[in-house]
Design a protein around this ligand. Structure first.
Ligand code: FES
Length: 164
């Protein structure tokens, strides 16, 4: 990793933004990486502005490496005020841009953040179809998910969605 990226990651994890569960979230997305066994969950809260649905706030929880935490911290800041359509277009490179280019071994860390975001946006769509809104059950924690046997621990080099 370049010294520049490393410095920025260290700065980001020294004071991570928007870390923790969001009790009043409208949607939540969880992904896991079978490659490294890490997991990341993102919560989104929406509001409306000028007739468009925007992300009011975003938070995350990660049992993952420092790079994933740094990217998620930056991304959840970046997402505030974005419309759902804009958020859907963001890829992992854009989400991790403030940190500089990630080295090849850390690219999947950014993809985890993108995956959790996309999953949360997808869940929101599903919930709209099924209403009522069902964010992650309050008693379900990321740690609880991690301890469950399942597909998240198998396979390789792929970010996968996890069942709620
Ligand atoms: Fe797996 Fe970073 S090493 S998320």
């Amino acid at each position: 990793m370049s010294d520049l990226s490393e410095d920025k990651i260290q700065q980001a994890i020294a004071n991570p933004q928007n870390m923790g569960e969001m009790s009043d979230a409208d949607s939540v997305g969880t992904v896991g990486s079978p490659e490294c066994g890490d997991m990341l969950r993102m919560w989104l809260k929406f509001s409306e502005k000028d007739g468009k649905k925007i992300i009011d706030k975003a938070s995350f929880q990660s049992f993952g490496c420092q790079t994933a935490i740094a990217v998620a911290s930056m991304a959840t800041e970046m997402l505030k005020g974005k419309t759902v359509e804009e958020a859907r277009e963001l890829n992992s490179t854009e989400l991790s841009e403030p940190l500089g280019p990630l080295p090849p071994t850390k690219i999947h860390c950014g993809q985890m953040v993108e995956g959790a975001l996309k999953e949360a946006l997808e869940q929101d769509q599903k919930e709209k179809a099924d209403s009522p809104v069902t964010a992650a059950p309050a008693n379900e924690t990321l740690l609880g998910n991690m301890n469950q046997p399942g597909p998240a621990k198998k396979g390789k080099l792929k970010v996968i969605k996890l069942e709620k």
